[in-house]
Design a protein around this ligand. Structure first.
Ligand SMILES: [Zn+2]
Length: 304
């Protein structure tokens, strides 16, 4: 019998109680893909509620932000149940995870989340301004017991057991084997380790990860416009790379792209319904691979 890895740390002590918002927070904006104006609200929720999405005006139950409700849509993470659909949820989920909000009802009057600047900064700010309160139940944590790695021709993604109860994300971006879209977009990596204590982890997320914006190449941007998508988005809203670098824009970090990929990983992995204590590493992967890794590791994680 293989020895089952038992964590040597006490997650209840490390992570403390579940948290929700002290009061309602709201973010208005338009969806990048559809161009539609929407109002998103973060509402306080009871213990063990988790994160759920609800469409304003539809007489439906809220949809849990869990992998089983994930819907396939290119270049984004979506949730779907019955007549309710929620597109581009990854940055909203990353903000909730990074701000250590366990229980929240996300209510929105449209299908697509507001894109804002393509980062999680505005969502994180709204959550911070509303404030977080501790609840009675301990935070939901799952501990990865053994390494899991998935590989493709062009990249790989893996999760390794956490040693001291921390969670970390590393993303490696490498365009050297692809047609180079820009001299500013070649090879870079970013790694961040979040301590357990929200008092230390939340400011770290707000400073180092939340502001990192989504990016695309000028060729991808032209293709989307030809399809009639993203017509309201300008290069000032997101980072568009041409051969010389960002168009009409400057990077917030020299490694902003790989930071953004780490942000996407945080949002996507939160669809496990608990904070998964692991060291996540990825090389040239995206939302689909994040979902596949999450599916592969859920059976290999256990309660703390
Ligand atoms: Zn993203």
């Amino acid at each position: 019998m293989p020895e089952i890895l038992r964590p040597s740390f006490n997650t209840k002590e490390l992570y403390g109680p579940q948290r929700t918002l002290a009061r309602r927070a709201a973010v208005a904006g338009f969806g990048f893909w559809t161009g539609k104006d929407v109002l998103l609200e973060f509402l306080p929720a009871p213990e063990n509620f988790g994160i759920r999405f609800l469409r304003t005006g539809l007489d439906q139950d809220p949809v849990p932000a869990l992998l089983e409700y994930r819907a396939e849509k290119p270049h984004q993470s979506s949730l779907k149940a019955g007549p309710q659909r929620f597109d581009m949820v990854e940055h909203v989920l990353a903000a909730l995870s990074g701000m250590r909000i366990d229980n929240c009802l996300v209510r929105i009057d449209g299908e697509e989340m507001p894109g804002i600047d393509g980062s999680a900064r505005v969502f994180a700010e709204a959550i911070r301004e509303a404030g977080a309160v501790g609840q009675n139940e301990p935070k939901r944590i799952r501990v990865l017991r053994e390494p899991v790695r998935l590989e493709w021709d062009w990249g790989w993604i893996e999760a390794l057991p956490s040693e001291k109860g921390e969670v970390s994300y590393r993303y490696e971006l490498d365009y050297t084997n692809f047609e180079s879209p820009s001299s500013a977009l070649r090879k870079e990596s970013f790694e961040i380790l979040f301590p357990a204590d929200p008092a230390a982890a939340v400011p770290l997320f707000e400073k180092e990860v939340a502001p990192a914006r989504t990016f695309l190449t000028i060729a991808e941007a032209r293709k989307l416009l030809e399809l009639g998508l993203c017509t309201r988005v300008t290069p000032k809203d997101v980072v568009v790379f041409d051969a010389d670098g960002p168009v009409e824009n400057t990077l917030r970090f020299s490694d902003e792209c790989s930071r953004h990929k780490a942000l996407d990983m945080m949002g996507d992995f939160s669809m496990g319904g608990a904070l998964i204590l692991a060291r996540f590493r990825a090389h040239c992967t995206g939302h689909v691979q994040n979902a596949e890794l999450l599916k592969a590791i859920l059976g290999k994680t256990g309660p703390a």
